[in-house]
Ligand binder design. Sequence first.
Ligand SMILES: [Zn+2]
Length: 379
Amino acid sequence: MNQRLPVQGPQGDLLRLVATGRAESRAELARLSGLAASSVSLRVEELIDAGLLAEEGAGTSRGGRRPRRLRLSPGAGVLAVADLGAHHVRLGLLDLSGDPLVIEEHPCDITEGPRRTLDRIADAFDALLTEHVPAGVPLRGVGTGVPGPVDPATLRVVTPSRMPGWNDFPVAEHLATRYDLPVLVENDANLMAAGEARWWPGTENLMVVKAGTGIGCGVIAGGRLHRGRGAAGDISHVRVRSDSSVMCACGHPDCLEAYASGAALMTALTEAGIAVTRPADIVTLVNDAVPEATSLVRGAGRRMGEVLTVLVNFFNPDVVAVGGSLSAAEPLLTSIRAAVWERCLPLATRDLEIAPARAGRDAALQGAGALLLEAALTM
Ligand SMILES: [Zn+2]
């Protein structure tokens, strides 16, 4: 049994079709891959011999003889993924289908700089692998989300806010010194979008807004993550209309983030004498009907909605999903909807859904798994 071998080329393609749930029989593999049935059978046998695929007795019946059902072998491998926030990291192990084996959350201060932070993540991965993965089941890829822009060509973080010491740091190279495997480094909102997309099957064009300490947005276009030059979907520094003028951390006045981010709302509440330490506290205040908090969240939603109005007219998405810790505050979504419905072209909003994100708090980890699977099986 050699599990390290055939996962690239056509075999990788077949394995990916099974891992993503798109195929569960040899006939479906042949149809989706375009390979001849005999060729598919040969490769499936090789993948079974390699301990990567397993074949069970009965699949979905379509009349006549039931095809045998293909599934990933539990020994096919695992992926180690992390989602790094400002004050904590969620990380865990997934099987190759993206289902979690174990997920943990650790406190983690990103301002300690990249080396220390990434080494902590790698130490945590190693501990989880030792504890939860049987010997002989290979690690197939390592990935992390970071709360800043990532250059997709170099996998370095580029001029992030609130991440001192990270600018231009070779994140992927640093992780690669510990893992000789595919390494994924991606902006956290992009990962969240890739994870959220799994929950909207058949939706080709999706915008996923992350409303947390900062504001992020990931774009799925034609069913795939749209990275652009690396900053695609970054709506945080779009200028908004305002009577006053507030300086943003980027040095420009009146960015969306300076008014509508969790960080901005926390500053405003603190100035009003209301104690908050994290965006989730704002949600609690709104649920307790504290008028200052509700009013601020409503204003934040309205400003996000104004920016989204432009984007919805321009991009015409099928779905705008809103996640992140602030999204649990109901007035946020209501205000976003109101702004978009009022200002967008009827054709753009006729079938548009503006909805809470479905993937939950592990959206980014699920997205990392989905993107890493592609990297691990197609290189
Ligand atoms: Zn700015």
